[in-house]
Design a protein around this ligand. Structure first.
Ligand code: AMP
Length: 215
């Protein structure tokens, strides 16, 4: 069974790769960022609380994320893929101990240097309907090729917010590479290459995980 965590800095391609992995393995995929943006859009109490953090690029409090993720995981006993969670050591430790939820079997760490991320962030659009992430080039139509939905720029994809998110990532999320390396389940992925080439690396690790990841 696959219980996978995808780690990586903002705009490193986590969303794109998550969609591919979840399709390939037919496992459910949770993007905590997408869920939070939907909550904000729908004006729910969680959304109103989260909005205070999102646009600034700040991480939302661990308790808020944890209750959301726990509820989702408890309904998915047959494997899962998490994109954007855990993001802090406290979240990673909590995930190891969640009642009735198995521990991660594989952690994929996407590595992309900061300079490359800034230009990716500037061209990044997200489908307002299906959540697909797209890298827009000049002259491209702002319409989702999968579902025809409108492509929009995320409100936190501006330089100030990006720099805060990146600084948080360095300080709070990078330590998770060591956390999972010590558990022997981290695989580092070169995220600087084209999406297909990133996916090819991931597929190799998934095959190994299928054989050894029955914990
Ligand atoms: P993402 O779509 O993964 O880039 O997430 C967008 C924003 O949602 C982040 O900048 C945070 O404000 C918030 N967020 C998503 N996941 C988490 C998490 N696990 N812990 C704290 N904040 C999160």
């Amino acid at each position: 069974m696959h219980r996978i965590v995808l780690l990586g800095p903002p705009a490193s391609g986590k969303g794109t790769q998550s969609h591919r992995i979840s399709e390939l393995l037919n496992i459910p995929h949770l993007s905590t960022g997408n869920i939070l943006r939907k909550e904000v859009e729908n004006g729910t109490p969680t959304g109103l609380e989260a909005q205070k953090y999102l646009d600034k690029g700040a991480y939302v409090p661990d308790e808020l994320i944890l209750s959301m993720v726990q509820a989702w995981l408890s309904e998915r006993p047959d494997g899962w893929l998490l994109d954007g969670f855990p993001r802090t050591l406290a979240q990673a430790e909590a995930l190891q101990d969640l009642d009735g939820v198995g521990k991660p079997t594989l952690v994929l760490g996407l590595e992309v240097p900061k300079e490359a991320l800034v230009s990716r962030m500037e061209g990044r659009r997200e489908c307002a309907d299906c959540g697909k992430t797209v890298s827009l080039k000049e002259g491209d139509e702002e319409i989702c090729s999968d579902c025809g939905g409108k492509l929009v720029k995320r409100s936190d994809d501006v330089l100030d917010s990006f720099l805060v998110r990146y600084a948080n990532y360095e300080e709070l999320t990078m330590p998770l590479f060591d956390f999972y390396a010590e558990k022997g389940i981290l695989e580092r992925i070169d995220g600087t290459v084209a999406p297909d080439a990133v996916f090819a690396q991931i597929k190799q690790h998934l095959e190994t995980n299928e054989v050894h990841g029955e914990a």
